[in-house]
Design a protein around this ligand. Structure first.
Ligand SMILES: [Zn+2]
Length: 298
């Protein structure tokens, strides 16, 4: 079991999908291939496969135990989804709930679900099928969602998104049922406190409501950043954006801001999709950043 304790908070990694390979030029169409060649000596083989020209990723969630409560950060892709324009997310049949059980978490134990943003690979297990209806997977949880994302992705608002049809059905099957059940907490403003150790703050760009979860306990610091980064390449090259960033310029600004904070506070950085160690400490490197140390789990 991948677990780290930081101050009074225990963090456990629960992985839904390991070893996902995605074509580099499809995920990062606006990034010069030369950046990947320049950094492949440390990105390969864990994060980049130069021979296949593929980016390697995983889909993982984080279970936090803090002040006697269980908090789940993001909920992966989910099973049995209809994703006609995102086939890699469609019709999964994983044992994610079994993995959660192995981490000691039954669905009814989850007190808070933090949605870093409302993309389909972060809200999937918000719901599951009961008979033929999507119902909240975590019956006792409040689901904390930035209002900016709730409004942006709600199809009733008919907003033209960069992701377009790739996010088709996501709001309807993974967000709306939770809202109808009265379990969403829509937050806005400059922060939302989960408890004394955990604070959600805005980091817009990837999506308008993208947020990061800060952990502060004793002298320990960590930041759960969702999709602020998809590949460690973006630590070294923070201006490199994937096609999934709704607003690339804003995403770059926020990536630099939060990487800077992380480096200056010796915080552990927890992105959603890094395989291997999954989390890292970073340091400043001129106008860029570098991995100082990868996380070690017990
Ligand atoms: Zn993602």
């Amino acid at each position: 079991m991948d677990t780290i304790s930081l101050g009074d908070v225990e963090i456990t990694r629960v992985t839904e999908v390991r070893g996902m390979s995605l074509p580099r030029d499809a995920v990062f169409p606006d990034v010069d291939a030369g950046h990947w060649r320049e950094h492949q000596h440390w990105l390969a083989p864990e994060y980049f496969d130069p021979a296949a020209d593929e980016v390697r990723a995983s889909v993982q969630t984080w279970v936090l135990r803090s002040e006697g409560r269980t908090i789940l950060v993001d909920t992966g892709i989910g099973n049995g989804r209809e994703r006609p324009y995102m086939p890699v997310f469609a019709h999964l049949d994983t044992d994610f709930l079994g993995e959660l059980a192995t981490a000691g978490v039954r669905p009814e134990d989850v007190d808070v679900v933090v949605c870093t943003h409302l993309h389909g690979d972060h809200v999937g297990w918000n719901t599951h099928l009961v008979d033929r209806e999507w119902q909240p997977t975590f019956p006792n949880a409040e689901y904390v969602v930035a209002r900016a994302d709730f409004e942006y992705w709600n199809p009733e608002n008919q907003i033209r998104t960069r992701s377009g049809r790739r996010m088709q059905n996501v709001f309807e099957d993974s967000v709306a049922p939770v809202h109808r059940a009265g379990q969403t907490v829509l937050w806005e403003g400059d922060h939302h406190d989960v408890d004394a150790h955990l604070r959600i703050e805005p980091a817009p760009g990837h999506t308008p409501g993208s947020s990061v979860l800060h952990l502060r306990s004793g002298t320990e610091r960590a930041v759960f950043v969702g999709d602020l980064l998809h590949s460690p390449l973006q630590i070294a090259e923070p201006d490199c954006s994937p096609c999934f960033d709704e607003d690339e310029a804003r995403a770059s600004t926020e990536r630099r801001r939060i990487l800077g904070w992380t480096a200056d506070h010796n915080a552990l950085l927890f992105p959603a999709h890094f395989p291997g160690p999954g989390a890292a400490q970073v340091r400043r490197d001129g106008g860029r950043f570098a991995v100082k140390e990868w996380a070690t789990w017990r």
